[in-house]
Design a protein around this ligand. Structure first.
Ligand code: FPP
Ligand code: K
Ligand code: ZN
Length: 513
């Protein structure tokens, strides 16, 4: 039977051979440097096999000292689905486009000897700074409900890139003041209704600029915030994202972040919809159970019970649980970890190297964080101290040996496919899409996570508590340049650890009035 893909596959192989002359699988790969590529034939030109063979021999001679690149990152997938649909066509187009970039298609990029494009650090810094400094034209009216988000995305991206953000401090405080409502929480803009997502983003933005100037934290009306959170807490354990709005797992994660950073009490007020007369119920009662109800038949996590599993919600679920208790205790208590790992693993695609957000959809750079950011939390669950819980025994959960995902593949996707190499800068979903602040933030967060090793283990204070520590990830071949390593960010709060600890310390014993 002839496959509907055969002509397409032939074309791909031809493109591939001329772009990427290389010895058979298992041997050394040739250099991917711009300078060492053969001149590309025109699109309809026959591929000259003899030329390719000679060239390959030449390349092999010069490639002996170079590490090989795993085949699955340089060729179309070996197994193709025979059924052709819009979905499979989009997937094929994405593979083809990504292969071009993975093998050095961008004329404006500079590649290292591993074929990895260099980080355009200064350009990305300029892209994000320009957003913060700019007055937006009327076309941006829809973004008026996302002011705190733009602040968080830009400041977080800048901090990841190692830039100083202190000069935006006053602007952030002024925006926080304008977005905050007397009834508690922050809206997306001045005079807008408070929402958990925008409050979360605003609190993170404040912690990003407040680390060396703690007065900044005082802009938050904590008492009103606590009352407002109480009004959103639902009898089934979850949170509405705004008064009368939808209840979903974003609400649970954002509420847990806000409470734990601002040191709010978890007491439940009698006015809360969740109050049922039972003493001892708190803002966190039933939240683990709510998260459990979001795990789907696929093993992934949906926004609400009975919906479709999506990577963004997997991160919310794991982040939320990791705030409520130690990952090794609470994650296996509420989630079927093996099935979640299986689903998360299925999100990384080859040869693209990036992650998709859900089954049968395309890779997208923002999932480098939403999916990629799940791995340190899963590792903490598997490797954490005192892990002999009932669930971990039941599932025979064992410490990990090495990474649970391909860091190299994600790193190649990020540097080669997600950077905008024009003078605009910034990072993007995938080749062909334009860069934006949201993708710049989360592509960088995911890259940072792939470049570091976070460990959850006994604190060196010897106080018997566990804590997060971080080191640069150094195992195996490092395909990116050391200069292109980003700053680490906390795996639960997605801001630097120093900022998390500073705001928590500030509010720890502060009177709550
Ligand atoms: C689908 O978009 C996207 C979703 C179903 C979830 C989006 C949620 C977040 C990005 C994060 C929320 C988290 C917090 C903390 C507020 P799509 O259909 O355009 O993309 P896809 O094809 O990749 O699924
Ligand atoms: K998407
Ligand atoms: Zn995206």
């Amino acid at each position: 039977m002839s496959s509907p893909y055969s002509s397409r596959t032939k074309r791909r192989t031809a493109i591939f051979k001329r772009k990427f002359p290389r010895p058979p699988a298992g041997e050394m790969a040739p250099s991917l440097q711009n300078s060492s590529r053969p001149p590309a034939p025109e699109d309809d030109e026959e591929v000259d096999e003899e030329f390719i063979t000679n060239y390959t021999t030449l390349q092999m001679a010069s490639a002996i000292l170079e590490p090989r690149i795993t085949d699955f990152l340089t060729r179309p997938p070996i197994i193709q689905d025979i059924l052709s649909t819009k979905t499979s066509e989009d997937q094929d187009d994405t593979v083809e486009k990504c292969l071009e970039y993975l093998t050095g298609a961008d004329e404006d990029a500079t590649y290292n000897t591993y074929g990895v494009a260099r980080l355009r650090r200064e350009k990305h810094i300029r892209f994000l700074s320009a957003t913060l400094n700019r007055k937006f034209p009327s076309g941006f009216i829809a973004a008026d409900a996302s002011r705190p988000w733009f602040l968080y995305w830009c400041l977080s991206g800048l901090v990841l890139l190692g830039a100083d953000v202190s000069n935006w401090r006053d602007g952030v405080v002024a925006t926080a003041r304008a977005c905050q409502n007397e009834s508690g929480g922050m809206g997306g803009g001045c005079g807008q209704m408070s929402h958990l997502a925008t409050t979360y983003a605003m609190v993170l933005a404040l912690t990003l600029v407040g680390v060396d100037e703690e007065d900044v934290y005082e802009v938050v009306d904590r008492k009103a915030m606590w009352r407002w959170l109480n009004s959103l807490k639902q009898p089934d354990g979850g949170f509405q994202v705004c008064l009368g709005g939808e209840e979903d797992i974003r609400g649970g994660y954002c509420a847990a972040v806000i409470v734990s950073l601002l040191g709010l009490p978890i007491d439940l007020t009698r006015e809360s919809p969740a109050w049922n007369g039972e003493e001892g119920r708190t803002l966190f009662s039933g939240l683990g159970e709510y998260v459990r109800r979001c795990q789907t038949f696929e093993g992934g996590i949906s926004g609400q019970p009975e919906a479709e599993a999506h990577g963004a919600y997997a991160f919310c679920a794991l982040g939320c649980l990791s705030i409520l208790d130690a990952p090794e205790r609470i994650i296996p208590k509420y989630l079927d970890v093996p099935r979640l790992i299986s689903w998360l693993s299925s999100r990384q695609y080859a040869p693209e190297g990036g992650f998709s957000g859900r089954t049968n959809k395309l890779v997208d750079g923002c999932y480098s964080h939403w999916v990629g950011g799940c791995w340190p939390l899963i590792e903490a669950c598997l490797n954490g101290t005192g892990k002999s819980t009932e669930q971990s025994k039941l599932y025979n959960l064992r410490p990990t040996a090495g990474s649970l995902f391909s860091r190299e593949a994600l790193i190649r996707y990020t540097f080669n496919c997600c950077q905008d190499f024009t003078k605009k800068g910034g990072l993007r979903d995938k080749p062909g899409k334009s860069s934006d602040q949201y993708h710049t933030c989360y592509v960088l967060s995911g890259l940072s996570s792939a470049q570091h090793q976070w460990t959850w283990g006994p604190s060196t204070d010897g106080n018997g508590e566990s804590t997060w520590t971080v080191e640069p990830y150094m195992d195996g071949v490092q395909v990116f340049e050391e200069e292109d390593r980003l700053q680490p960010i906390h795996p639960v709060y997605v801001i630097p650890q120093r900022h998390v600890e500073n705001v928590q310390r500030y509010f720890k014993d502060r009177p709550f009035s």
